[in-house]
Ligand binder design. Sequence first.
Ligand code: SAM
Length: 336
Amino acid sequence: MKQQCIKIPKKKGEPARRALLDFEILDNSLKISSDKTFLYLPLSREPLPHELEDLPLEAELAEFDFELQKKKATPADILAFNPAYELIGDIALLEDQDLDSQKASKIADILLLTQPNVKSVLKPLTPVIGEFRIREFEIIAGEPRTETVHREYGCRYKVDLSRAYFTPRLSTERSRILSRIKEGDTVIDMFAGVGPYSILLAKSKKPAKVVAIDKNPDAVRYLKENISLNSAENIEAIEGDAREEAKRFAGTADHVIMNLPHNAYEFLDSAVLLTKQGGIIHYYGITPEDDLFESSIELIRIAAEKAGRKVEVLEKRVVRSYAPHQYNICIEAKIL
Ligand code: SAM
């Protein structure tokens, strides 16, 4: 099977393999191959520029015809159904909140048995709730903890899921925002959580400065730890209310990230205040299918007009489905 890969001299193969594992982009469904001189490491996605930089100098992107790995038993093979779960670091979160305890334990045992990367299995007891957007969990099996380290695009995020918000489901969205940032930009992440937007952007070395704000003290404690863990530079982590902090950074932002989809509209005045002339607001919302964008665009327009400014909508898109007939959307608006 033809697949994109890293081609590397054999003697540099092991550090490259470990780096790809670390970035979670080594495709384990294919067999690593070699010829006399080179090792060919199959990739599950295109590496980001900072990931390529972290590989040994001799590494190059290539294509190779790989053999498939022998298939190991999956949870679905044993259970005769595919259990829905989300993997955050080494914690599996069961998605079906209505599972009875016997079925939940059975699934958890099979996950621990067949998935070497799963060390604990949790069941959420509540949806994501409250100002800090967190959940309560029941530990079903495995190591009794809610803290883990999740890897994404070559960055590591430590988080206690019962104390701070984190979801890997926004990883594609984060890389999309990264593609919008130009060298030297100032980025203000108004609702930064444990840092998955801020740290990825800062690690790309493009922005001059990232200001990462969150009101949840636990999230900011992890944010600061994650800044060190990733040796990210040019990030200022601030524990505080985004509305209050915005006053200090008025008119400085080329990009404002508003990832608080249920309530971002309440902070639009502050987001407008933060933007430079021509700065871009990345606005997230949860909207019904019959009004995906228009009411939100109107709210952005009203906030801009109150400040004597104009809006040019650059892009609007659905990020993911959120609930029946409800979508998580993103609007990118230039504030003139
Ligand atoms: N951007 C992060 C991510 O993608 O993982 C976190 C997003 S989470 C949906 C929203 C975050 O906003 C939470 O961490 C919450 O604590 C924070 N938050 C809520 N109200 C806030 C406010 N008034 N000022 C600053 N942060 C706030």
